[in-house]
Each structure stands twice: as structure tokens, then as C-alpha cells.
Design a protein around this ligand. Structure first.
Ligand code: SF4
Ligand code: SF4
Length: 106
């Protein structure tokens, strides 16, 4: 008789402690489309659409965000023209690009 294999993942106390905070943060970012906007530097190049890891961005006659944002901030940091802002938090702020990552490969 075959027995069903069950993979059990042991979770730490910290996991359960941080889980509500994580869920709250994700709830916030899933509604993040209200906060994203582009400025006059946007060329509609489509780079953000290609590079969003969860396909949350569409570029047509303007850039539109959907409800599946994971809050990675890749679109903000890697837009070639620094044309994406999140509310007023990112205005005038430096963008971060990890020099150890080739963005065209991810
Ligand atoms: S990557 Fe930047 S410039 Fe290109 S479409 Fe997206 S927001 Fe506009
Ligand atoms: S923050 Fe990340 S997941 Fe959210 S829209 Fe931008 S690239 Fe996509």
C-alpha cells in the first residue's frame, strides 16, 4: 500500500510573530496601484512592463499598475528615466540599482 508523503515545514516563533506584519504590508502593496504614477520623463518604453516580476504593469498609451504588486520596487529603481514615483515618497530621492545584478537577465 502506498503511503502519501507529507512535507512538513517547521516554522519558528518569529515566523508567527512577523506573519501579521507581512500580511499587512502585502495588503498595503496589493492596493499600491493607487500610489504609483509616472512623471513627464516617461517615454512609454515598456521596460517596467517587461521587468515587473509578477506582470503587474501594462504600458499602452500610459503606464497602468494592477492589483498584484509584491512591493519589490524594481519598477521605481530600474526605470531608465527615473519616471516612476510612489505617492510623494520617492520624489527627488535617489534610485538604487544593485551593481551585482544584470537587470536584463532577471
Ligand atoms: S520604464 Fe519608465 S520610461 Fe519606460 S514605460 Fe516604464 S515608466 Fe515609462
Ligand atoms: S514594485 Fe515590483 S511588483 Fe510592484 S509593480 Fe513595481 S516591479 Fe511590479
Amino acid at each position: 500500500m502506498k503511503t502519501k508523503k507529507v512535507n512538513k515545514i517547521s516554522r519558528s516563533f518569529e515566523y508567527y510573530l512577523l506573519l501579521p506584519i507581512y500580511k499587512l504590508a502585502m495588503w498595503h502593496f496589493r492596493g499600491a496601484k493607487r500610489g504609483f504614477k509616472t512623471n513627464e520623463k516617461c517615454t512609454l518604453c515598456g521596460f517596467c512592463e517587461e521587468r515587473c516580476p509578477v506582470g503587474n504593469i501594462k504600458v499602452r498609451d500610459k503606464v497602468v499598475w494592477d492589483d498584484y504588486c509584491e512591493g519589490c520596487f524594481r519598477c521605481i529603481n530600474y526605470c531608465p528615466f527615473e519616471a516612476i514615483e510612489y505617492k510623494t515618497y520617492t520624489e527627488g530621492k535617489l534610485r538604487f540599482k544593485n551593481k551585482r545584478i544584470d537587470i536584463s537577465q532577471v
